[in-house]
Write a protein of this length. Structure first.
Length: 291
């Protein structure tokens, strides 16, 4: 079915990483290696991973030092440290898994089966439900996109896109999947595969509104068209925090425009992305207009 490795950058994840560890240990199709990169944690993350590592040989731990708080460049650096160790293990697939995720015991078995069925599938993952106000709420995502918390790449696809690139405002996962699609690979979220995120994305160091403002700046930096981004905000306006969350994202996007912040992707990738966005809009429009 295919050999896979999973890399988990982790910083101060003592509250959640045991849920991820238990999920990995329970997998019917276990990875060749689950590499946890302890990114300068100051809590019990190291001790918790060591506990599981002592019992399961496929769990590996790397401790790296770093200065400063959470940021996206640090995450890419930590992931790449894990990738260096991954070269020691035979693998056909490379996974990026956040340290606050849990899933069923057949998750990777079923995900690998998707790749086996379609040789053009380059990147896939399950449908993420985030813990919000006491309940798990499914993320609204396009099915040709995969949440960064659970991305699994075919190795040849990952190498072709050049892996993850450190970006100042984040969006490393989005950049990788855009380039994968540009190079002809299929990207797919599998709705039947549920994944549970025990802390909402972006909430580790910001309020929900702060996270949405940063989202707007991030999508501007990736080269999103303004009109497509605006329609996206309208579509997602019922996500919490309702209405004001989309408003905050628009504020962030406008800040990027007014400050003339740099577009971090190449002109070629931005042209491809905007062409994709126009095609999606036209498909939606035809669906609405043609009975």
């Amino acid at each position: 079915m295919g050999r896979y490795i999973v890399i988990t950058p982790a910083r101060n994840e003592e509250l959640f990483i045991e849920k991820t560890a238990e999920s990995m240990i329970a997998q019917a199709a276990k990875p060749t290696a689950w590499i946890v990169v302890n990114d300068g944690s100051t809590d019990l993350t190291t001790e918790l991973v060591e506990k599981y590592k002592a019992r399961h040989s496929f769990i590996k731990l790397i401790n790296v030092e770093r200065s400063g708080d959470r940021n996206f460049r640090n995450k890419v650096h930590a992931f790449n440290q894990g990738l260096e160790q991954a070269r020691r293990f035979e693998h056909d697939f490379i996974g990026n898994l956040d340290a606050d995720i849990s899933f069923d015991s057949d998750y990777f078995q079923r995900l690998l089966a998707e790749f086996q069925r379609d040789s053009t599938l380059g990147l896939a993952g399950g449908m993420v439900a985030s813990y919000i106000d006491g309940a798990f709420v499914k993320q609204e995502v396009s099915l040709d996109s995969v949440a960064g918390a659970v991305q699994l790449f075919r190795r040849s696809c990952f190498e072709q896109v050049g892996g993850y690139v450190a970006l100042p405002l984040g969006g490393i996962d989005a950049a990788a999947e855009i380039m994968a699609r540009m190079k002809g690979w299929k990207v797919r979220t599998v709705p039947e595969l549920s994944v549970f995120e025990h802390r909402r994305t972006g909430s580790a160091k910001a309020s929900p509104l702060g996270a949405r403002i940063r989202e707007g700046r991030r999508l501007y930096s990736l080269g999103y068209d303004w009109w497509f981004f605006s329609l996206r905000c309208v579509y997602r306006s019922m996500e919490r925090p309702r209405i004001i969350g989309s408003g905050a994202a628009i504020v962030g996007f406008l800040l990027g425009m007014l400050r003339r912040e740099p577009i971090v992707l190449s002109p070629e990738v931005v042209r491809f992305l905007r062409a994709e966005q126009r095609a999606k809009f036209l498909r939606k429009l035809r669906f609405l207009l043609i009975p």
